[in-house]
Design a protein around this ligand. Structure first.
Ligand code: SAM
Length: 303
């Protein structure tokens, strides 16, 4: 799943936005920008710094940082997707900041063209999460950072959501044979959730972007050799503005999960789809629906 070259390009540029209303789009951008802004604030960037945006995607972090610090900031946008690097190059051109940007296609655990002790700050926003060997990647970050340099991570934590799905499965399995009508609704919702996260603990533990907590990030940073490690874990309930069925159909719980429309087509009969729609949409004419975000913000220094 991770090796498919354009998974990320398709997610960021097409899947996430194609069927979104303007409202849904601005809602998502606002949430993503707030994560990126916090990572940038935590990084304490200064004039003339070189920032490595590891797993840069469309360049959200890089362009916000340039807006904030101005023309003296140099940014290296590093990603495994050539298409996303090209897209961000076009954005840099249109923003007239191309001279401040370098574009590197490389996996973040092996950034061969980036010299030892050469960057002041490294920011990741929802990108380290997807890497298999995080200690190895943090060691690579340590190699390219200048002494006194700093990492600022803003990474989603999916472990709690996945564990809840696994727990729900255990509860349902335990009650089989005694399930009533309201339990049938629970089972239907669980069938949808288990297409987003595996519902067996062994499978959860085998998937790199799900199998870790904020505490693991702290432990791995220590093991990699970082000092002055600081972790803030934020859980926020976010009120969604666009809660139309159309918008829900094109949503998924994380970038690598199938969209609800695909799940319905593949796993649910028409009758079940109608019931699930009633269960998922806001009740009593209310337009309000909430989602929970779980974000780990870590900063640490190279001594
Ligand atoms: C969810 S997107 C986040 C993009 C960006 N950081 C942002 O804030 O919008 C994850 C990004 O990480 C990149 N990525 C995934 N695995 C990577 C790896 N091993 N090395 C470098 N980039 C990677 C993907 O190509 C994608 O652009």
């Amino acid at each position: 799943m991770y090796d498919e070259k354009d998974v990320w390009h398709d997610w960021l540029t097409r899947d996430l936005h194609q069927h979104e209303s303007d409202l849904g789009y601005s809602q998502n951008q606002r949430i993503i920008n707030s994560f990126a802004k916090r990572a940038i604030d935590n990084a304490r960037l200064e004039k003339n710094h070189t920032l490595l945006d590891a797993g840069s995607g469309e360049g959200t972090v890089s362009f916000l940082a340039i807006d904030e610090i101005g023309p003296s900031l140099n940014v290296i946008l590093l990603d495994i997707s050539q298409q996303l690097l090209e897209l961000s190059k076009r954005t840099a051109l249109s923003k007239n900041v191309l001279n401040q940007c370098a574009f590197v296609k490389a996996p973040m655990n092996s950034m061969r063209t980036i010299a030892d002790n050469s960057v002041d700050r490294i920011i990741t926003r929802a990108s380290l999460a997807y890497v298999d060997n995080k200690i190895n990647t943090l060691q690579e970050f340590l190699r390219v950072l200048k002494p006194g340099g700093m990492i600022s991570l803003a990474e989603p934590i999916f472990q709690d959501a996945a564990m809840n799905v696994a727990l729900q499965k255990k509860t349902i399995d335990f009650q089989i044979g005694t399930l009533g009508k309201s339990d049938a609704d629970k089972v239907l919702i669980h069938r949808w959730q288990s297409t987003q996260f595996p519902d067996l603990i062994e499978e959860i533990n085998a998937i790199p972007f799900i199998n870790f907590s904020e505490r693991d990030l702290v432990r791995w940073s220590e093991q990699a050799g970082f000092s002055q490690i600081h972790m803030e874990f934020h859980m926020d309930e976010v009120r969604l503005i666009d809660t139309s069925w159309e918008s829900l159909l094109h949503s998924s719980m994380h970038p690598l999960a199938p969209k609800l429309s695909q799940v319905l087509e593949d796993h649910f009969s028409q009758v079940e789809q109608d019931v699930l729609r009633e269960l998922l949409l806001p009740k009593n004419g209310s337009h309000s629906l909430t989602a929970k975000t779980h974000m780990a913000y870590l900063t640490a220094y190279k001594a």
